[in-house]
Design a protein around this ligand. Sequence first.
Ligand SMILES: O=P(O)(O)OC[C@H]1O[C@H](OP(=O)(O)OP(=O)(O)O)[C@H](O)[C@@H]1O
Ligand SMILES: O=c1[nH]c(=O)c2nc[nH]c2[nH]1
Ligand SMILES: [Mg+2]
Length: 159
Amino acid sequence: MAQRYYTVSWDQLHRDSKALAWRLVEKGPWRGIVAITRGGLIPAAIIARELDCRMIESVSVITYDEEKLGKPEVAKPPTAAGDGEGWLVLDDLVDTGSTAKVVRAMLPKAHMATVYAKPAGKPLVDTFVMEVSQDTWILFPWDTEQQFVPPIARSAQPK
Ligand SMILES: O=P(O)(O)OC[C@H]1O[C@H](OP(=O)(O)OP(=O)(O)O)[C@H](O)[C@@H]1O
Ligand SMILES: O=c1[nH]c(=O)c2nc[nH]c2[nH]1
Ligand SMILES: [Mg+2]
């Protein structure tokens, strides 16, 4: 279980994905984008818009059941990206690097980029925007919703 949580809003995700697009535009041109579903789909849509790229491919890797790490399972391999040369692979984050390792093996020449990265997975990606500590669980806006929280005075421990 994570020690702490880092909540990402839709606005922040949009801003951070655009920051990644700024870095990637300099490294192109790109033949197309491979989104690692499902988490990579939303950054991929934002970045495809910024890079003016309409060639979108996907690879589906299932590695987690909620916060529980499992063995990565390829539910859908990429079909149009060959060995990955000239292609950009996008995911929301790299954590242990298990997912990235599996995708790299399928697309060895691709450029791998994520919006967020944790230290263990960082060496597996070529470009990322923001690092968070290994014991932090990132809460993405599609996994969360706003809800009531009681006033601090009511939840604080009595002295
Ligand atoms: O570096 P790792 O330890 O492999 O973790 C990162 C991966 O885990 C999450 O995907 P998940 O397996 O939860 O599937 P999802 O994208 O469909 O939610 C996330 O979207 C990354 O793809
Ligand atoms: O929503 C998520 N947040 C994370 O920090 C994470 N790490 C692996 N998979 C993850 N999914
Ligand atoms: Mg994922």
